[in-house]
Design a protein around this ligand. Structure first.
Ligand SMILES: [Zn+2]
Length: 91
């Protein structure tokens, strides 16, 4: 197995969430945004712009990093998501 996940190559969470089209409210590590996992009218989703963790207070969607977010939002496998994010490298 010469290919592997390289966590350090995951994109910066702040830039990633903005590139995903999320409008982030707030100035601290945890920002609020409209949830992309359910029909949201109030910003229920909290995302951490330093770690990439996310948690929705309304629908319960949650994960620990941008890879988990990317998988859940786009319905990808671990490897597909890692490749998509440029974090799947050849040794
Ligand atoms: Zn939600």
């Amino acid at each position: 197995m010469l290919r592997s996940f390289e966590r350090e190559r995951l994109p910066d969470p702040l830039g990633y969430f903005e590139a995903e089209g999320l409008r982030l409210f707030g100035r601290k590590s945890w920002r609020s945004t409209l949830c992309c996992f359910h029909q949201d009218s109030n910003p229920s989703l909290r995302v951490n712009v330093e770690t990439g963790a996310y948690r929705c207070m309304a629908c319960g969607a949650k994960g620990g990093d941008v890879l988990a977010f990317h998988r859940a939002r786009h319905g990808l496998s671990f490897v597909q998501a890692a490749r998509d994010l440029g974090a799947w490298g050849a040794a």
